[in-house]
Every structure is written in structure tokens, then in C-alpha cells.
Design a binder for this molecule. Sequence first.
Ligand code: ARG
Ligand code: GLU
Length: 714
Amino acid sequence: MNRRLLMFFVFIVSATCLSAKEGMWIPTLLQKYNIEEMSQMGFKLSAADIYDVNHASMKDAVVSFGGGCTGGVISNDGLLITNHHCGYGEIQNHSSVEHDYLTNGFWAMNKSEELPNPMLTVQFLVKMEDVTDKIMTDVKDSLTQGGRLDLIQRNTSEVIKEYISGTGYSAQVKPLFNGNQYFVYVYETFRDVRLVGAPPSAIGKFGGDTDNWVWPRHTGDFSLFRIYADKNNKPAKYSPNNVPYHPKKFFPINLKSLKEGDFTMVFGYPGTTQRYIPSQAVNLIANQSDPAKVAIRTAKLDILNTMMNSSAKIRIQYAGKYASTSNSWKKWQGEVKGLQRLDAVNLKKSGELEFTKWVNENPDRIKKYGTILSDFEKLYGEYLPYQSVNDYYTECVQRSTDIFSLASRIEPIEVAGKDDLRKMEIKKVKDFLVDYLKDYDKTTDGKVWSALMQIYLEKVDHRFLPEKLLKQLPKISNIQVLTTIYNKSLLSDSLKIKKLVENFGARSIKELQKDQAYSMYKMISQQFKAKVDFPFRDIFAKIGAVQKKYTAALMEMNAGKRMMADANSTLRVAYGRVEGYKPVDGVTFKYFTTIKGVIEKDNPAIYDYNVPEALRKIYRTHDFGQYVNDTGEVPVAFCASNHTTGGNSGSPVVNANGELIGLNFDRGWEGTMSDIVYDPDVCRNISLDMHYALFIIDKFAGAGYLLKEMEIVK
Ligand code: ARG
Ligand code: GLU
């Protein structure tokens, strides 16, 4: 290698070492793998300050929020901060046209005004441990695949029993490194979590879906909740007698100005990454699966958009459905772009070439790992068509329209053999109908349903379509015909459906069987179960077994080096620095935005950019109090090089002293492929700056009383 080239590599290695970092690290292994590097980067605390089972540590101030997000405790009275988009379902639930908290925000002015949320839970991690040996006890290579899985299942139940007996906790065993290790996670779950405050969407969702996944950003993406407990500070179901929970630890909030290069750490629950998948899988995602799903959702979102703009009621009813449909839709587009830009398929292929070279160096390796890559090639070849139908099925049929989501719940009533079973299913649907009907609009869902059915009938390989529907093609694959079927269906008639469920009897079954939309649901789902589901799962399991072996081989190949475990919705630490980036040639992004940018974007004619008048007014007077940074403006958001993914929303972002400086809520557009391939140059997480959160609470909402229970460091 010539000297210049060598210099270049030395430079890359040292430069990337000191800044952007791939990795979502395991809290119990920080001491071994990370703390030295973290300290070099400026972190001032110890691994035990982050995770400790014997003393209060940061982990005692982090919760898994509602199963899909993260939150951080910020007061000794159980005050909890998470994203606005994480509390969105609850805020929507409490909203009506008369009390539209989505539009106007909500602020409890004292504890008695806080709103209970019966469906919401938060979990604290009590402890986690490596239980690989226990789970793998007697699991021998000589067993069949089924036998291995059964034994793993039995060992898992034993471990869970052992870890929770007599505690009131719950536990979960999860595989790491694609099944090469197992960890147990013990949780304490709180069930009385009340809404304390939420800014209006024009702040909490400012920039809406236009700015989503994009830096620079000006979204005040936070909401406040409070955890309640019984008199002994233990979890309890909602009761007016419950009292605020006193946590073992809560985060102090730091209001100093952030500097580029400052150490940051994100502590939360990242959902899924796929760091070790082969080139075939990347190809499948970038060239088949993501594009197909994006096209389907484009059709759905266009309809929802038009309908939601036509009525305030529909806008509230479909707010949550729209947000979640649009969120992945946009992410997949960024992911495809990023994978293409990095030429990820070929990048994986060259890694696989290295791997083959390593395997071929040694006969033992050839015996153990020699067929991995050809197995992948064969299995992914078989998998492709099934993955395709599965994508169409999940996007067009399975709970993607209101009436099909209803049909999937009514079917168990219809097929229930025994009376008591039927009664149970009826009760479930009755409960389900309450929220369902509140958020159901016949015209909107009818348009979505017809459009998605047409796509399904046209795009799905004919061998996977029910014969009866196949015979009716192409006549039935027509919007007018489908709309008629929809409008005639009793599933689309709120009154009839309520009656049917309330007086369910033999006649109801006949009625259902005559209903064309309902029978389409049954035909399509039965065909899917019969022709797709089994082979799809079967091949997927075989791919999983090869993936496990491949990951084991990669671990052997990289022995002594640190490897990240893929995210699996368990508590992880990511660390990096506050830093901007260069998204494209000629452009450099700064690392923070301010309220000035909110006002620059202000445009009353565009829903996503319509700044509330009260905020404009504060801006005109520059009444910013203690919430400014060095620029004299209120900082709104910052970007940093922490490796994060979906589920990390609401994760506390702390500084070198473990003080809260932000709340993670997104990734930058150029880095959305980081679940699959990480690019340190452009992968950035986006966080709300705590200055803005406190400014909104205090100056905008007039709920400054809440700051009294926080610990603020200046
Ligand atoms: N993109 C962020 C995440 O993945 C935020 C989504 C919510 N915001 C929105 N405009 N839909 O969840
Ligand atoms: N908004 C995402 C969430 O809800 C976090 C962004 C990401 O995927 O990194 O978890």
C-alpha cells in the first residue's frame, strides 16, 4: 500500500473512532466493551451509574412506554416525558370536536386534572442477565429442529418462572445475535399512567409528515405523563386513591448551551435492526418489499389526505391511522435511497467474498460453514414470491382497512363452536366496537378499501388468489364494483353491526355468510392461510437457522473484536456526539435549530406550518427567559451521531454527566438505512432540545408549576 493510501485509512479509522458510532450496546456489558471509549469521548460517569441492580442508576429513570416507545422520569413524583407522537393515541382518545386536544393541546393545571389512560402501561427494567447456558441446556445438534425449539421453549419457561417467582414482576427471554445468545429481562409494570400535558399538534407535530424523517427540524415532539402507584409505591390498576410514584432515580435537566462535539448518550428501547443479513435479503428489501409497500400506502394516504382535509371530525378520527401509515411509508423511501446510495447489495457481496475466503482457509470451517451462502441463495430464491404476497396481504387485507379489521374480529364469533367461547368472543368485539365506531367513517374507509382491494386483486400472483375471486376477474377488480360491494356490506353499517353483535344468533351467521365483503375477507384470508402462511413461515424458519449459523461464523471470524447485537426491543445504550453533517455535495447541516426557524417556516395557509398565534406573540416580544442558548434564541432540536431506531422515540438523551439534554424522536433522511447498513458520515439521530420543551411548558402553556418538581441544572 502506498503511503498516501495508508494515511487515508489511518485517518478514517481514527476519525470514525472518535465521532459517529454504530452500535446499540447492552447495559450490562458496558464495562467490558464500551466504558473506556465512552470516557475518551468525554463521558464522566461509570458503567454502574448507567446500569446497576444494587443501587439506583440511570436505568431506573427509563421506561418502555406503551410497548413501542421510550420515556424518561424527570421528577421525584413520577413525572414522565416522552414524545408527542408516542402519546398521540392517548391524546387522540381524550379528544373530540368539542375538546380537541390534538389541535389545542392539553395541560393539567394540577394533579386532579390529569387524565387516566386505561390501556397505557409503562415498564421499568428491574434486571437483565445472560441466560444462554440455561436456555441451551441439553439442546444438542443431534436434535431435530422441532425438538430443539421445544426444548428451548421449555427451558425458557423454567427460566422465567425462576426469575419472577414471588416478585409480582414479569419476565421475558430474548435471543441476541440471531439466537446465539439469550438474555432474560425482568420488568416492573405500572398501569396507572395519566396524561399531564401535550402541546398543540402545531407544536408537537410541527412540520407534520412533510418534515418527518428530515433534518433540520423544528418539532416540539414531547408530551408529559405521570406514573401513579399504590400507597406502598407499588404498581396498581387505576384508582383515584393512587398516589404519584416515587422513582429510585430521575433525570436532572441541563440547560447549558450545547456545543458541537459534546458527548451524548441515548438510553432506550430500540426495536429492530438487521445488521447481519446477507446480500439477498438487502436486495429483497430495497428492490421488492419496500417499493411495493410504498406504492400501496401512497394510494391509501392520498385518499386519507383528501378525506381528512374535508372535515374536522374525519381529521381527528383518522389522525392516528394516518400518522402510523405515513411514518413507515416515508421511512421505507429513505431506506431504499440510502441502500442504493451505499450500493448496499454489492457492499454485502464483497463482505461475503471475504467471508468465503475465511471459510476456505480451514477444512473445519468448510465443514461447519461451507454451505451458508449457497443455502441463503437457494432459500431466498424460494422466499421471494411468498414475501411478496405477504406484503400485499399485510398492507391491503390484514387490519389495513376498518372493515377488514372488524371482520378479523368477527370471524372468531362466527366459527366459535361452543357457546361460552362464542360469548367470550362477542364480549371482545363489543369492547372493541366502542373505540372502533368512534373512529370509523364509512366514506373514508370505503374509498380506502376499494382502492386496496383493487391493488390486491391486480398485483397478487394468481396462484395465491381464491379461485372464486379469480373467476370474477377482471370484472370485480373495478372501483365502482368494489364500492358497491362495500356500501352494501353490513360491516359498513354501524347500526347493523352493533345489532348483529348484540343479538348474535343463528340468523346472524346466515347474514354474515351472505355478505359479499365479509366473504371476500374470509376467502382471501383462508387462501392466504392455506397457500402462503405455512410455506412462508417454514422458509423463514429455515432462513433463521442459516442466519444463526452465519452470525455465529461472523462472531468466530471477528473473535476478540466488539460486535453489536441487533436491536430487539430491549434496553440499550447508544453514544456519540452532538454533530451536524454533509447531506449532499455543497451542503453542510448545522447541529441545532432554533425557534427562529419555526417562525421562518410559519405559513397559516399550510396545515403543517401554521404556528399558533400565542407562540408568534412570544416570539415578537422575545420573552424567552432562561430558555435561550448562546445565540439568544430558544434551541428547538439538535442532531447527533447516536445509532438509534424505531422504539427509541422518547428516549432520554443525556450529556457527559448523565443530565437530560434532549429527547430522541427521529433520524435524518440520509441515514434511515441504518437498521441495515450504518454510514457514520450521515447517520444522525434527531432530538428535541430540553430548552424548547421547558420553554413551551412554562412560557407557552403557562404550566410552569411543573418545573418546580424538576431538578434544573444551569
Ligand atoms: N419518524 C418518527 C418515528 O419514526 C416520528 C413519527 C411521528 N411523526 C409524524 N409526523 N408522523 O416514529
Ligand atoms: N420516531 C421513531 C420512533 O417512534 C424514532 C426514529 C427512528 O426510527 O430512529 O421510535
